[in-house]
Design a protein around this ligand. Sequence first.
Ligand code: 0O2
Length: 224
Amino acid sequence: MKTEIKEQLKTAFESKTEEEIREMIENAHGLMSYYRCAILEIETKFRVLNEQFSISFERNPIESIRTRLKTPHSIQEKLIRRGFPLTLESIEENLYDIAGIRVICTYIDDIYKLADCLINQDDITLVSMKDYIKNPKENGYRSLHLIVEIPIFLVGEKKLVKAEVQLRTVSMESWSNVEHSLCYKKDISPELKAETSKKLLEYADACNKIDLGMQELRERVENR
Ligand code: 0O2
């Protein structure tokens, strides 16, 4: 983590009393359980879609689903980096990726089919979409990101919760894992860093070529 963020984190904590910090963490259990429920709901929706797809298209479009709750440390870091207050209300209002669902597919076109199916469900509201497949990031990162809002039904309460859904292919996932792990290696020279970024970009393009090639192969076999 960058030194200035570490310093800001320290300051943010020091400006709170022990009681305030304890209260915030205790309350966060309640808040975090909303996000856990949202993850359960959305994961189930994708599992149902996977089952249905296998009947309509004779294949399972989903290779695997991974879910995660953003860690308290990462939540604080993002609040500070974006200049938002360090409160529970602020977490709910400003951070939409506390609940994360990652759907790994074999083919690129299935990513869009699944995303459409999810968005068109009448209890889901699409808040925003970032298409890093059609518009990859400069470093080569590809993935389709959706922020959705979903109702969760609790004991005597209905709550609308936002969650981030990332859809990507197996090769996008493996590229992203490698890129993520190499980003954290700080003790490398600027030359090696530049060379690594250049290679990663090349490999991202190679992964994309393979993804497009595999899809074309499948289409040819299906339309034989
Ligand atoms: P984690 O561990 O998944 O929580 P942000 O960058 O979060 O301030 P925003 O707009 O929320 O801003 O980001 P965006 O572009 O929607 O991407 C958020 C998530 O996408 C990241 O989450 C990563 O999981 C993934 N991601 C985005 N860009 C890259 C990239 O260049 N490389 C890799 N490997 N992953 C990327 P977090 O919060 O960083 O991490």
